[in-house]
Design a protein around this ligand. Sequence first.
Ligand SMILES: NC(=O)c1ccc[n+]([C@@H]2O[C@H](COP(=O)([O-])OP(=O)(O)OC[C@H]3O[C@@H](n4cnc5c(N)ncnc54)[C@H](OP(=O)(O)O)[C@@H]3O)[C@@H](O)[C@H]2O)c1
Length: 346
Amino acid sequence: MSTAAILQDSGANHKYHNVELAQLPRPVPQAGEALVEVEAAALNHRDLYILAKNFPGTEFGSILGSDAIGRIIEVNGSSDRLRVGDRVVVMPSLGWISDPRGPEDEANYVLLGGTRASGTMTQYLTASLDDLFKAPEYLTDIEAAGLPLAGLTAFRALFTKGQVTKGQNVLVTGIGGGVALFALQYAAAVGANVYVTSSDEAKIERAKQYGAKGGVNYRNAEWDKELLQQTNGRQFDVVIDSAMGPGTATIIRSVMALSGVLVVFGSTVGPVEVGRDLYIRQIEYKGTTMGSRAEFERMLEFVEQHKIRPIVGDVFEGIEAAPKAFQHLRDGKHFGKVVVVLKKSP
Ligand SMILES: NC(=O)c1ccc[n+]([C@@H]2O[C@H](COP(=O)([O-])OP(=O)(O)OC[C@H]3O[C@@H](n4cnc5c(N)ncnc54)[C@H](OP(=O)(O)O)[C@@H]3O)[C@@H](O)[C@H]2O)c1
């Protein structure tokens, strides 16, 4: 059997769906698939949207979670890349191979977890061998668990869309977020001048340990002026934003350089009208979501090359703690990834 955290209907009178533990039959790998014993799985903001009844395509009874690291314990077929015993991370979505514009078959593209594609918060999972990749060796299981979804999203946002290069001024909003922290680390790794925003001064200070040159509290009335003071008036070439709130309009109006690139990957606050400064100021407004399998592979190479370490906020022990971990994410006090360790040490 395999214990898993699944999505359950809470009924119309409750604001949130439930996370329940279930004993499911251990999955059997089909041809071209591997069976993975999951060591650790991580949570993402999308899990909150699912629980808050605000995510398309959810299915009750589906295993939650999009991120995992584990060990291959059975292979059905043959692979040049992978074998039994390999420590692997799982591509967090199905149906997007390599097209830089987006999924080749948009209608069938699906994220793992809480949907028709079974998720990762489970002791055992099966996946296509093509969707499994060796985890960077220098990372612990707990670190590597937090890499797939957020690491991929940040990689595409920053490089495929933002085309960030050395010496540019880059702003990452809401630095407490999992994706935002990867964006900070990646941009700093290529030599950009990275600044951040947050609701929490302590998170700004911690961001400086990971390469941020400065940051401001987005709740301050004049945060944009404070930010530009820190850069001696130099505006931002690229902004990576997931709030899409009133602050995004301010960013377009006063924080960005003329013709700057605004990459948006979420709408935690909004979406709100961004206003006509968008075109008056020649802003390149780019939406992005997740990334292809080819980008996932490139992201892993980049992470390995720069020895990026995913920032882990809180760790929960045992699949039994999964419901508590989801509750913790909802409280919003985390900095970095929230991880559940599934495999108990012998
Ligand atoms: N399109 C995609 O592929 C994709 C992938 C992953 C995530 N997302 C979306 O991106 C967002 C972040 O996801 P995540 O998993 O990284 O989130 P997370 O770890 O749950 O963190 C959310 C962060 O949002 C920030 N935030 C809240 N209010 C804000 C505001 N007014 N202005 C700026 N930031 C604000 C907070 O930053 P502080 O704590 O620093 O204040 C918080 O840490 C979510 O909306 C999620 O759905 C999209």
